[in-house]
Design a protein around this ligand. Structure first.
Ligand code: SAM
Ligand code: SF4
Length: 331
């Protein structure tokens, strides 16, 4: 058993979020501009073999949980092949996926068969027209079908909803109502400044507190339930409901003190904080024929210089977050 590594602030590092592509079939306006982002050429993306090697090295350093994200993971060819390989890496106990659900349904039986631990489904509204306005694509039916199929196959599901002023605040209660009968966790996320536009970012109106006000007004008996250690969401339940609701203060950054996660972007950049500008070029290391030991040492150095929180990471970074699209980071 590898010993867990701790960063320079005493936080264990056990969770990797791995973006397998920067490409996406939706254009959610909080994530990327209408015309999309300039995609990286294929050779600038890590290959599956390179990703597998990095996960193998990290598993030897105490990483036990991997989340596959993107861009849209199912847009990348042969994703199921890669997931099967990941599941075989010794030390990796859980593989999770975050998806927009457009291409996911046909793969759900297989996801179940290979033992994917859970699926996070991004769904900002239960109204087809609002879905089209937010994602700039007409794919609502496919996403709802994906949700149904995940439930039918008994795969643990979390719904990720970015709450946006003037867009989907009317959906907070209908989405929370899904938890009345479905054993899902609906998590409302503060909008973050990663829209790839590089210019404007409004003041955040829909903060954690404001989202909670809406929930408490509708459900005065809403109960706080326990959060798992290192969870970024604060969880609640309406007594008698099958599922739970959560709020993720992604912009206010109240959870940094217990952050156990690192990220590898689609082009192989290590981020030890969502808000840093990238702290290590793993692709260059891999392609310069570095040994596993050298790669592990580079990871260790990065973990020992981790920013205390998202504010410090942002101030150390040369770029402001708005220049980046969440699609290249992976959320
Ligand atoms: N395409 C997949 C999806 O949408 O689920 C995976 C990648 S997406 C970048 C991962 C998560 O980041 C999604 O749940 C999405 O809602 C969230 N996200 C993207 N841009 C965001 C932003 N500006 N603020 C908050 N969350 C954001
Ligand atoms: Fe695509 Fe996900 Fe970004 Fe939406 S949030 S544009 S689905 S990567």
């Amino acid at each position: 058993m590898p010993t867990t590594l701790y960063d320079n602030h005493g936080r264990p590092i056990t969770y990797l979020r791995l973006a397998v592509t920067d490409r996406c079939n939706l254009r959610c306006f909080y994530c990327m501009p209408a015309e999309g982002i300039p995609y990286l050429p294929k050779q600038a993306l890590l290959t599956y073999e390179e990703m597998e090697r990095l996960v193998h090295v990290l598993a030897g350093m105490g990483i036990t949980k991997v989340r596959i994200t993107g861009g849209e993971p199912f847009v990348r060819k042969d994703l199921m092949y890669f997931l099967r390989r990941l599941k075989q890496i010794k030390g990796i106990e859980e593989v999770h996926i975050t998806t927009n659900g457009v291409l996911t349904a046909p793969h759900i039986a297989q996801l179940k068969a290979i033992g994917i631990a859970s699926v996070n489904l991004s769904l900002d509204t239960l109204d087809g027209e609002r879905f089209r306005q937010i994602t700039r694509r007409d794919e609502y039916g496919k996403v709802m079908h994906c949700l149904e199929q995940l439930l039918v196959h008994n795969i643990p599901v979390k719904i990720n909803t970015v709450v946006m002023e003037g867009q989907n605040t009317k959906d907070i209660i209908p989405l929370a109502e899904l938890t009345r009968t479905a054993p899902v966790s609906v998590r409302f996320i503060e909008e973050m400044p990663f829209n790839g536009e590089g210019n404007h970012y409004p003041v955040l109106v829909w903060t954690h507190d404001k989202i909670m006000q809406v929930l408490r007004q509708q459900y005065p008996n809403l109960q706080k339930i326990s959060d798992k250690s290192h969870d970024t969401a604060y969880h609640y339940q309406v007594p008698g409901y099958a599922g739970t609701v959560g709020v993720i203060a992604a912009f206010s950054r109240t959870f940094c003190g217990s952050c156990n996660r690192i990220r590898i972007t689609a082009q192989g950049t290590l981020k030890t904080c969502l808000y840093d500008g990238g702290v290590l070029d793993l692709k260059q290391l891999l392609r310069s024929r570095a040994t596993d030991e050298l790669i592990a040492e580079a990871f260790l150095r990065a973990f020992r210089h981790r920013a205390k929180d998202g504010f410090e990471a942002e101030s150390r970074s040369r770029r402001t977050p708005v220049h980046e699209s969440m699609s290249t980071i992976g959320g």
